[in-house]
Design a protein around this ligand. Sequence first.
Ligand SMILES: Nc1ncnc2c1ncn2[C@@H]1O[C@H](COP(=O)(O)OP(=O)(O)O)[C@@H](O)[C@H]1O
Ligand SMILES: [Mg+2]
Length: 194
Amino acid sequence: MNPVVCTDLYKKYGEKKVLRGFSHVFKAGSVTAVTGPSGCGKTTLVSIIAGLVKPDSGKVENVPERVSAVFQEDRLIEGHDVRSNIRFACGAVDREREMQILSALELENEYRTDVSSLSGGMRRRVAIARALLAPYDLLLLDEPFKGLDETLKAKVVSAVAACAKGKTVIMITHDISECGCFENCDILEMEPIL
Ligand SMILES: Nc1ncnc2c1ncn2[C@@H]1O[C@H](COP(=O)(O)OP(=O)(O)O)[C@@H](O)[C@H]1O
Ligand SMILES: [Mg+2]
């Protein structure tokens, strides 16, 4: 397992320079929590690593073939139930593991519920379940626990930590107390755009 290496990444939108020579080695097999003020380029960075946004220059190396993600928005398929949302993204999944993860995320009773009728917090948890059930070697999490109420949040963070144990995880967060739930967690603070 190799670390994901970002070297001298530059990205601007119009005249707005978002990444200006960003370099970092993301440790393999452990969690890196990325923090920084709103608008500093965290989502842009993760999108570049995911291959969804092309940097203006610089490179990203060692991104494994199997990448799974929780995006900043839930990106669920509306009008379809939780089961279909998972199947559509993950293909065949182990039914037992699926139920294990759904119950860890308190979604076991929503398996056949249309995601369009779920609450914001439930939808978030569906997005998380889907990401955890897809086979991956790199997990990208963009503010995954945002909008979850505090009691449930602790449970969800532990479930993610248990599932992602030993995997390379890049997790954007504003709450570094979440890091305490992960066995190995480095913190990377991104600078504000001046
Ligand atoms: N597709 C885009 N087009 C134009 N500006 C963008 C686009 N994506 C992001 N930006 C701008 O780039 C800056 C960084 O955005 P983002 O990476 O989403 O930051 P963060 O995730 O840290 O809040 C923000 O000022 C945002 O408005
Ligand atoms: Mg963002």
